[in-house]
Write a protein that binds this ligand. Structure first.
Ligand SMILES: [Zn+2]
Length: 333
C-alpha cells in the first residue's frame, strides 16, 4: 500500500534496537544523502543506521574539517521591529543569499492582501525527504504580539549564517525540514502600536476576529466565520506532514502544551494521547530559558503568575475553544 508516496508494509512491524549516538560534528566533511525508496526511521538517529537505500550522494563543500576549539556560533546582531515591507525584504535577502538551504513561499493572503510567507530551511528545502521530520514555527498570529515575529526572523538568520560551520545548526538543517512563518497576522501587525504593552490594538485580523479562536474545535462548534488566514493555515497543515510545531505569542512566560480545550469546557488538565511527549518537549524548551524554567512571571503583565517548570497544559491554564494549539498536527506549544 502506498499513502502519499510513503510505502506502508502490512504485517509485523520491524523493531529497531538502537542507541542514540553522541552528537556528531556534521560540519566536518559531511556528505548529503537523499533517499528515495521506503521511509527510513533512522534519519535522525545515527549515520550508522541509514545506509541501505541511498540513491544519490552529493558532496557539500567548503566546510573546514575540524572546528577550532571554543567555536561559537554567530548570533544575529540586530534585534528591531520589521514591518511588512521590511520583513519581506529580509526574507528575500536570506532566500537569495542562502539559496541552497532556503525556500520562500506563501500559503495565501491576509484579508488586506498581504502574503502569508513561510521560509523553509533544510538541506533540500524544496522537497519532503523520506524519514526527515517536518517542523513548523508560527509567530505573530496576534498582530500586536510582535516578539515572536522578530525571534523567528532571528532564527532564520541564525540557521543560515551558521550552517556548515556550527555542528548543531548543520545537524538540524541537514536532518529536519524547518518551516518558519514569522507572521500569521501581518494586517494586525501594521496597525499595532509600538510601545503598547497592555493594549489590544492589532491583536485581531482586519475583520476583527481573533485568529486564535478561529480554528475548528474538537468539542465545540465555532460559529464565527473562518478567516482567510485561518483557512490558509488549515490547508497548509493538510498539505505537509508536520510532526512538531511551535506557535509564539506574547505575554506569559510559559510553554503551553495540548490540549487547549476540555469536553465540559472546564479549566482542568486535558490530556492528549501524546501527553508525555508534549511535557518532555515543553520542558526541554523551558529549561533553555532560566527565568521561564524557574516560573518567573512576566512582571509588567501578570506579576502573580507562576508556572511550575515554566510549562502548563493549555486547558488547565484556561480553556478556550477554537485555539490553534490542538489543531496543529501533532504538537504545538
Ligand atoms: Zn497571543
Amino acid at each position: 500500500m502506498v499513502v502519499n508516496s510513503v510505502q506502508v508494509i502490512d504485517g509485523k512491524p520491524t523493531e529497531l534496537n538502537f542507541t542514540l549516538q553522541p552528537f556528531v560534528n556534521e560540519a566536518a566533511g559531511r556528505t548529503s544523502q537523499t533517499t528515495t525508496s521506503s521511509p527510513s526511521t533512522s534519519h535522525l538517529i545515527s549515520p550508522m543506521t541509514k545506509a541501505s537505500n541511498i540513491t544519490q550522494i552529493q558532496a557539500v563543500p567548503t566546510t573546514p574539517p575540524f572546528l577550532p576549539p571554543g567555536h561559537q556560533p554567530t548570533h544575529p546582531k540586530e534585534f528591531r521591529h520589521h514591518n511588512y515591507a521590511d520583513m519581506e525584504l529580509f526574507l528575500r535577502k536570506y532566500n537569495s543569499g542562502f539559496s541552497s538551504i532556503t525556500h520562500l513561499y506563501s500559503i495565501g493572503r491576509s484579508v488586506q492582501d498581504r502574503e502569508l510567507y513561510v521560509m523553509v530551511i533544510s538541506d533540500n528545502p524544496n522537497v519532503h525527504e523520506h524519514g526527515e521530520p517536518e517542523f513548523k514555527y508560527v509567530g505573530n498570529m496576534h498582530g500586536n504580539e510582535v516578539v515572536g515575529r522578530e525571534l523567528l526572523l532571528n532564527l532564520i538568520e541564525y540557521l543560515c549564517r551558521n550552517y556548515g560551520t556550527d555542528p548543531e545548526v548543520t545537524q538540524l538543517v541537514n536532518n529536519t525540514r524547518i518551516h518558519i512563518m514569522p507572521s500569521m497576522n501581518p494586517d494586525g501587525y501594521e496597525v499595532a502600536v509600538e510601545g503598547d504593552v497592555k493594549g489590544y490594538k492589532g491583536r485581531n485580523n482586519s475583520n476583527d476576529y481573533d485568529l486564535n479562536r478561529n480554528f475548528p474545535d474538537q468539542f465545540v462548534t465555532i460559529t464565527e466565520p473562518r478567516q482567510p488566514e485561518t483557512i490558509a493555515v488549515m490547508s497548509w497543515l493538510k498539505s505537509n506532514p508536520f510532526v512538531l510545531s511551535a506557535n509564539l505569542h506574547g505575554g506569559s512566560l510559559v510553554v503551553n502544551y495540548p490540549f487547549d480545550d476540555d469536553k465540559d469546557e472546564l479549566s482542568r488538565y486535558s490530556r492528549s494521547p501524546d501527553d508525555a511527549v508534549f511535557k518532555q518537549v515543553a520542558k526541554a524548551y523551558s529549561q533553555e530559558n532560566p527565568l521561564m524554567y524557574k516560573g518567573h512571571p512576566c512582571v509588567d503583565l501578570y506579576p502573580e503568575e507562576y508556572f511550575k517548570d515554566g510549562i502548563i497544559n493549555g486547558a488547565q491554564w484556561y480553556t478556550v475553544p477554537g485555539r490553534f494549539l490542538q489543531r496543529s498536527s501533532k504538537a504545538l506549544f
